[in-house]
Design a protein around this ligand. Structure first.
Ligand SMILES: NC(=O)C1=CN([C@@H]2O[C@H](COP(=O)(O)OP(=O)(O)OC[C@H]3O[C@@H](n4cnc5c(N)ncnc54)[C@H](O)[C@@H]3O)[C@@H](O)[C@H]2O)[C@@H](O)CC1
Ligand SMILES: Nc1ncnc2c1ncn2[C@@H]1O[C@H](COP(=O)(O)OP(=O)(O)O)[C@@H](O)[C@H]1O
Ligand SMILES: [K+]
Length: 459
């Protein structure tokens, strides 16, 4: 995993103070990383669009470094303002870098208009410029942050974003995935691990996934726990969760309710004696009395995965206040209901989506439970720490994907994983299996997803 920051200005400052690097040294490394990204694919010409601040200065330094390597054109729609931009402009001019007056055709376009200094929405001329750049048939590279991201709806559409120093939260907004392209982190003169400081937010990597491989040859089914899935009105949802739990390693899986089950699942009318984890909420509806659910979820000693409808029941508050392992798995609408149920106030989906990290953290600070807040970037939050999954694909945007995830988490809880570790591994396995799916993106079924998870390997 890698730390994620709201802002990195203090890290830049610390880097200068602790390691004795000047801002100029940092910028030279930023520019070198940009050049590397530009030259990653063969090209003849590059258009570098530079803003008035230090993002533009990075672009101007990149133009100097590329001078003579390829045909370089620089567009300065707002001139230069910051001292470093003025200095880099003078250096570029001394090398006779070509300054153009309008967007010209090139094989690659570098967006060095605004970076971490963009605090307000783009004005009309800049919106028009970004639209023109997006329409170019060229490889597009964003310097630090695609211009417009986080401040409005018109955003530079990057193939690659070269982020300076460390990962920034704005790049992982829910709608950012369609504009950032591939994210590359530029080291600014010291190794990344020395530049970074501890953070309460982390971006997960493939290496954080710990699949439940069975190393010990001496075993029996009782070693791998017993999952109970509580079926409901839409029995298919529970069956999918149960199938996922079985395939992800639970020794036994029972289904509570009336349904036609695949042969490896056991039907039950009550809590089996040695149940280790209960998964409930998907497709639940009004099938069970609240007292029955309370006995299964709150009063039993079992670990709990509280999905979907359970997030909007009075017993959500009881689970939130419980000492035992509980993992909530809401999607955004369910998260709004859950926030209200646990007394954290009324929020609408739009507000929730714009403040996912902060609200997930707030939720996790009031409870021992683990939150899996599903989305394009699913979050796992526990005791104020938030882990963001950068993987996954629109192939998952289908009924049943969340049911599979809930079952997978239940399987790991049953196998003795701590709730946070169960959530992290299941979220990663679910997302990576979707990415690895070789069929068309529209064709991923829950069953195929479960098969994909079965074929994953630890990194
Ligand atoms: N501070 C450092 O040590 C380093 C900074 N670096 C670069 O510096 C960038 C930050 O530079 P700055 O703080 O100068 O900020 P920016 O260059 O991102 O933008 C600031 C300038 O843009 C103007 N501006 C912001 N939003 C605007 C809008 N919507 N419409 C019109 N004008 C707007 C501001 O008034 C200001 O003039 C980073 O993104 C990164 O690219 C890198 O070189 C790495 C080292
Ligand atoms: N575009 C996407 N990118 C990444 N993950 C996605 C995307 N769309 C959906 N998902 C994932 O698919 C799952 C959908 O869950 P949910 O909405 O609860 O579906 P259901 O209740 O029908 O099973 C979540 O894990 C979510 O993170
Ligand atoms: K930019």
């Amino acid at each position: 995993m890698h730390p994620l920051y709201k802002q990195v200005e203090t890290l830049d400052k610390r880097c200068c103070e602790v390691f004795g690097l000047s801002e100029e040294i940092l910028m030279e490394h930023a520019a070198l990383a940009l050049c590397k990204a530009v030259l990653e694919k063969p090209l003849i010409s590059v258009l570098i669009v530079c803003g008035p601040g230090n993002n533009g200065a990075d672009g101007l330094a990149c133009a100097r470094l590329l001078c003579g390597v390829c045909e370089v054109k620089v567009l300065l729609p707002l001139g230069v303002k910051s001292p470093l931009a003025t200095l880099q402009y003078a250096r570029a001019i001394a090398l006779h870098v070509k300054i153009v007056k309008a967007v010209e055709k090139a094989d690659a376009v570098v967006d060095a208009l605004f970076g971490s200094g963009q605090t307000r929405p783009l004005e009309a001329p800049m919106v028009a410029l970004i639209e023109t750049l997006n329409a170019q048939d060229a490889r597009k590279i964003a310097c630090d942050i695609p211009t417009g991201l986080g401040t409005g709806t018109t955003v530079f559409q990057a193939d690659v974003t070269v982020v300076m120093g460390a990962l920034k939260e704005v790049l992982f907004l829910e709608n950012a995935k369609s504009v950032v392209g591939k994210i590359e982190v530029a080291e600014l003169g010291v190794p990344r691990c020395m530049y970074e400081v501890p953070s309460q937010t982390q971006v997960l990597s493939v290496q954080d996934m710990r699949l439940p491989h069975r190393a010990n040859p001496v075993s029996h089914k009782g070693d791998f726990g017993h999952v109970l899935v509580v079926g409901g009105e839409k029995e298919g949802a529970g069956i999918l969760a149960a199938m996922a739990a079985f395939s992800f390693g639970a020794g036994l899986v029972s289904y509570l309710g009336e349904a036609f089950l695949p042969p490896h699942l056991m039907k039950t009318a009550s809590l089996p004696p040695k149940t280790t984890a209960v998964v409930a909420g998907m497709g639940l509806g009004n099938t069970h009395k609240e007292t029955t659910l309370k006995a299964l979820l709150v009063e039993s000693a079992c670990a709990v995965v509280a999905d979907a409808d359970v997030c909007d029941m009075p017993l959500a508050q009881m689970l939130y206040a419980h000492e035992k392992p509980v993992v909530f798995t809401p999607h955004p609408k369910e998260f709004c209901a859950l926030m209200k149920r646990v007394g954290l106030g009324e929020v609408d989906v739009e507000t929730v989506q714009a403040n996912r990290l902060a609200l997930a953290r707030q939720f996790s600070l009031g409870s021992k439970s683990v939150l899996v807040f599903k989305g394009v970037h699913t979050l796992v939050a526990h005791k104020g720490e938030v882990y963001l999954c950068p993987f996954g694909s629109p192939a998952l945007s289908k009924g049943g994907s969340g049911d599979v995830l809930a079952g997978m988490i239940g399987a790991l809880l049953a196998q003795g994983y701590a709730p946070k570790e169960a959530a992290i591994t299941a979220v990663l396995a679910h997302a990576l299996a979707a990415e690895a799916y070789e069929g068309n993106t529209y064709a991923l079924t829950p069953e195929r997803l479960i098969e994909g998870v079965a074929c994953l390997k630890n990194a």
